[in-house]
Design a protein around this ligand. Structure first.
Ligand SMILES: NC(=O)c1ccc[n+]([C@@H]2O[C@H](COP(=O)([O-])OP(=O)(O)OC[C@H]3O[C@@H](n4cnc5c(N)ncnc54)[C@H](OP(=O)(O)O)[C@@H]3O)[C@@H](O)[C@H]2O)c1
Length: 302
């Protein structure tokens, strides 16, 4: 393994707030490294972290395992996965950039495209742009030709999002942020909202959703329950509320095709040496990042 990514999942696992934790398990859901055998032997590859998704596109089989718990993950010299989970590294990416892609990328792609059906011209809201999945979703949406808005707790991150092509954004820390957002769009509502936090914010997500729109939820950073949802808002808008997690092999391959085709470069916020994993986690816990935090396995300390 050359580089592994440090996703939020490892943070929850180390806090023991994740199901099916196996004691002694090696963490790490993402990796870029050299294949030691198989059809890509000797080449730089990345790994699809969903092992044994199964045959249905609708949902994974009961045997799904995600790299890094309970199955040993990538924060190691080497990692063992089935051959079908091994894909060539996109040629335009460095190992560090490529390591930032798999788990966040496949989750974002399935949320935005497979479930959200976003495409050219869609107006898309991505909440909590400081999140790893969120930043991938925003980048993919821009590459697809969507009009992208974001929310954040940080003015600097809103500025950062404008810097990489988003059209606008508001602080979700203000009351009724949806109203402020609709001012920016001249009251035009959203076709797709991609949300990873839930909590009270979900009510605002629904407020800004347009007729026939899709609200896709992939996480619950703000808490395991959501705001009370005004059902008339949901049914009168003919809106869809969709859940998603990880992605199928087809999602992963389609995500990689988009990254290769549009030469998307994942935004890496910072890089730590593997042995500095605790420092990387500390950074993640205060949410100061915009983009992914990557662990580099080849440097002693950075
Ligand atoms: N379903 C899946 O397959 C899957 C995969 C990966 C992650 N997840 C889940 O998705 C969530 C995000 O994970 P991640 O690794 O992408 O994120 P992350 O890197 O841990 O970032 C969390 C971000 O969430 C945002 N946030 C926090 N509280 C918020 C709130 N009340 N409203 C809106 N945004 C808020 C913050 O954005 P700002 O800094 O901009 O304020 C923060 O930077 C987690 O709950 C995680 O467990 C699910």
């Amino acid at each position: 393994v050359r580089a592994g990514n440090c996703p939020d999942r490892d943070n929850w696992i180390t806090k023991r707030m994740y199901p099916n934790i196996r004691e002694g398990c090696t963490l790490g859901a993402d990796a870029c490294g050299v294949a030691l055998n198989g059809q890509h032997k000797g080449q730089l590859v990345i790994l699809d972290p969903s092992i044994a998704w199964g045959d249905s596109e609708g949902a994974p089989s009961g045997s799904l395992e995600i790299l890094g718990t309970p199955r040993d993950g990538s924060f190691a010299d080497s990692v063992v996965v089935p051959e079908q989970n091994v894909y060539l590294k996109p040629a335009h990416l460095t190992p560090q950039q490529a390591a930032a892609l798999p788990l966040a990328g496949v989750t974002a792609y399935r949320a935005l495209v497979t479930k959200g059906k976003a495409g050219k011209g869609s107006r898309v809201l991505v909440t909590g742009i400081g999140g790893g999945v969120a930043v991938c979703a925003a980048q993919f949406a821009l590459a697809l030709g969507c009009e992208v808005y974001v929310t954040s707790s940080s003015q600097d991150k809103l500025k950062g999002a404008l810097g990489f092509g988003c059209k606008g954004g508001v602080l979700y820390t203000q009351d009724q942020w949806g109203k402020a957002l609709l001012k920016q769009t001249a009251s035009k509502p959203f076709d797709v909202v991609v949300d990873g936090s839930g909590g009270e914010g979900l009510g605002e997500c629904l407020r800004v959703l347009g007729g026939g729109g899709r609200l896709v939820t992939y996480g619950s950073t703000a808490g395991p329950t959501a705001a009370a949802i005004g059902l008339p808002q949901l049914f009168l808008k003919q809106a869809e509320l969709l859940g998603t997690a990880m992605g199928s092999p087809r999602d992963f391959a389609a995500m990689l095709a988009l990254v290769n085709d549009k030469r998307i470069v994942p935004i890496v916020d910072s890089v730590f040496a593997l042995k500095d994993f605790p420092r990387a986690l500390d950074k993640m816990r205060v949410s100061s990042q915009l983009g992914k935090i990557v662990l580099d396995h080849q440097v002693a300390s950075l």
